[in-house]
Design a protein around this ligand. Structure first.
Ligand code: M6R
Length: 610
């Protein structure tokens, strides 16, 4: 999604903006631009990468201590130089960058056209720039008033940074629905859509809330809402280190994040699972009685987070015996689901900013339900919108393909399920202890799986040219099949599908021939015999089988074309281990196919628009 960076202070703005835009590249974008104010606002923008923008600027005079930059992920209008941000208003009084969507832009555009405005771009953002200018000129008001009044007239979402040419010592920022963080320095302020461009300069940050408007000079910040009430900014400490957002010697963020999983999982359960086998989840403390007596748990999320939710469904139903339904947030928000007041909704999101998940949360809250969040990004919108929850503490995930976020989310769901099972008396002490010991053993077991990287790379070379790929799993391993297929398609562009292994004979079996790789997750669990039969069915039709098996398995080894062994683990925890080779497989295949694994085409890291 679009990225925003801004600076006002004593340093040269340009290097801060360019570096910031590079830090935001992971979010996904198709064009980039900056505006610098040196008494006179200069705008540079073009389609392509931040490096293209640098070449485009060349040796121009880029001095100035006030500036803003933007990476655009097209919504209204194709990716091109004109639609790239920043956008200037018709008479040049305002220049802005915008994340989000102005939903009533067509109507506003028409009204402004009738009043003599013409538009250079196809964007909703230029409409907003002109609306602010129209109010400014017509009402003869200050830039701040014009901005606030204009924002009362727009419907939709925005994270905005605005420059007014008559007020060169000020940046204006506003938020509704699209995140914006202000970094607070000594005589300087930084702005960004997430903290990654800010962290190397300051750890003091202010997260803007919906309807906030900040009026920022280098040595002063005034915070208001759009109704002009003055607010007290809440300065928080950023829990992020610069080392966490660098590749640290890895070729890509994705592979770095795959290798970080032992630590990410330890960080997720650190302080929450004790050596005496107690589970403490502080963010759920007040809600636990309600949660354990819930009529039903509804889990919502998108993409990988939805897959984690599915593992959560299996865990909570088995261990805590509470009915669970898992739903795509995008479906939940638009159909008319039955929501009871004594349901509990759990929203899962790495970024904490996914627009569909946020909208589904809003809907659940309107129905009077308690909503919990499982999120990775501290201070993001979902944790602030929910009644409680658990941070995954997996550290920043920069690769667009979610890896450590998934295992951290499943770790949290596992802790919740075990805790609820204990409180409801639905798991016996033996299983309780086995699962906690299993969780504690996970980081070491993941390290063991990572040692198979070269074997997995070798296997990848046999699969990389396949046009299609099928992933099969049963029980806890069915969501892993879905996740494996998603990883492959999003970064290598190979069409892949995940299926419950038993469903294969109801359709997908027709696809199988000697050209079809079938990845079967077939570790020793209660469905083992059944999945062995499924592998036989595939082999009988000449399919190429790659099986993920438990160490020491000889039966499947004799049937499959390739096997990857993983250490023994209770089946309730197997998703956390079996997903690792699938992440590595898609990584290597994508690299072999020459794909950009960290920034796959058309994809954004966090989807903050519908
Ligand atoms: O930030 P979220 O977890 O809410 O994001 C949800 C999905 O957009 C995300 O998981 C997406 O599917 C990833 N690209 C998967 O790797």
């Amino acid at each position: 999604m679009c990225g925003i960076v801004g600076y006002i202070g004593f340093r040269d703005a340009f290097p801060i903006l360019i570096k910031g835009l590079k830090r935001l590249e992971y979010r996904g974008y198709d064009s980039a631009g900056i505006a610098l104010n040196n008494g006179n606002i200069k705008v540079y923008k073009c389609k392509g990468k931040v490096s293209d923008l640098e070449s485009f600027i060349g040796n121009d005079d880029i001095s100035g201590h006030v500036g803003m930059g933007h990476t655009r992920w097209a919504t209204h209008g194709v990716p091109n130089d004109i639609n790239a941000h920043p956008h200037k208003s018709q008479n040049g009084h305002f220049t802005l960058i915008h994340n989000g969507i102005i939903e009533n832009y067509a109507e506003l555009r028409k009204k402004l056209s009738n009043r003599g405005y013409s538009f250079k771009s196809e964007t909703d953002s230029e409409v907003l720039a002109n609306l602010i200018e129209y109010i400014y000129l017509k009402g003869n008001v200050t830039p701040e008033i014009a901005i606030r009044l204009a924002l009362t007239k727009v419907e939709g979402a925005y994270g905005l940074v605005i420059m007014a040419n008559k007020q060169p010592d000020t940046l204006f920022a506003a938020r509704k629905g699209s995140p914006l963080v202000i970094g607070v320095g000594e005589d300087e302020y930084f702005l960004a859509s997430d903290a990654t461009p800010i962290v190397e300069y300051t750890k003091s940050v202010i997260y803007l809330n919906d309807n906030d408007v900040a009026i920022i000079k280098k040595d002063e910040l005034v915070l208001k809402n759009i109704k002009n009430d003055t607010l007290t900014p809440k300065v928080q400490k950023l829990d992020l280190d610069i080392g966490q957002i660098d590749k640290n010697g890895f070729d890509h963020f994705m592979i770095k994040e795959i290798y970080e999983q032992p630590k990410a999982i330890s960080d997720t359960f650190r302080g929450r699972v004790s050596a005496t086998h107690d589970i403490t989840l502080g963010g759920l403390y007040d809600i636990l009685p309600k949660l354990e007596n819930a009529r039903r748990i509804l889990i919502i999320g998108c993409g990988t987070s939805w897959h984690a939710g599915m593992v959560g469904e299996y865990l909570i139903e088995e261990l805590a015996r509470i009915p669970v339904e898992v739903e795509y947030a995008s479906e939940f928000r638009y159909r008319k689901p039955v929501i009871y007041k004594d349901d509990i909704v759990i929203a899962i999101s790495q970024s904490g900013e996914t627009a569909d998940t946020l909208a589904a949360i809003k809907m659940a809250k309107e129905a009077g339900t308690t909503v919990l969040g499982i999120c990775n990004v501290v201070g993001s919108s979902i944790p602030r919108e929910t009644d409680g929850g658990v941070y995954t503490h997996a550290g920043p995930e920069i690769g667009v393909a979610s890896t450590k976020a998934f295992t951290a989310q499943v770790t949290v769901l596992t802790m919740i399920a075990i805790l609820l099972g204990k409180r409801r008396g639905s798991i016996d002490n033996y299983l309780y202890k086995e699962l906690i010991d299993g969780l504690i053993s996970l980081p070491n077991k993941i390290e063991e799986v990572l040692k198979h990287n070269n074997v997995i790379k070798e296997i990848s070379s046999h699969i990389k040219d396949a046009p299609n790929c099928l992933y099969l799993g049963r029980g806890y391993l069915f969501p892993v099949a879905l996740e494996g297929a998603l990883k492959l398609k999003e970064i290598s562009y190979i069409h892949a599908e995940g299926y419950p292994a038993a469903e294969m004979k109801h359709g997908p079996i027709a696809l199988i021939d000697e050209k079809m790789p079938v990845v079967v997750i077939a570790t020793k669990d209660s469905s083992y015999e059944k999945i062995v039969s499924n592998i036989q069915e595939v082999k009988a039709r000449k399919g190429v089988v790659l099986a993920i098996v438990t160490q020491g398995d000889t039966v499947i080894k004799n049937m499959a074309d390739y096997v990857i062994e993983i250490p023994e683990i209770p089946e309730q925890l197997a998703a956390l281990l079996t997903v690792i080779p699938l992440q590595l497989l898609s990584y290597h295949i994508a690299i072999m196919r020459g794909c950009n694994v960290d920034q796959p085409r058309n994809l954004a890291k966090s989807v903050t628009v519908e």
